[in-house]
Design a protein around this ligand. Sequence first.
Ligand code: FES
Length: 104
Amino acid sequence: MAFFPLEKISQLHDGYQKAFGLEGYQLLLLQVDGQPYIIENRCPHMDVPLTHASQTPEGKIRCRSHGIEFDLQSGRAAGPLANQLECLKKFPVIYDGTMIGLEL
Ligand code: FES
């Protein structure tokens, strides 16, 4: 496993959201309520990118295509599809010096 930096920690803030392509992975780095997350940039509903998804005050991300919300802590969809959709794929966030990224 190797560390891949994505962003300077100093650039993060609540509402931050940016897509990255790395080693064949499509990733989304975002920060909600002081907590950074790295997720696969793919909605589990119909595989569209979550690049322009909106963040909710409850720590969820809402896909713009059909409005399904996913809890960033658990990765689970909210509402009636919770048990039918796979969870968001999350990657552990790694800090290295002034950078935030992940290990692949
Ligand atoms: S593709 Fe994301 S909610 Fe349908």
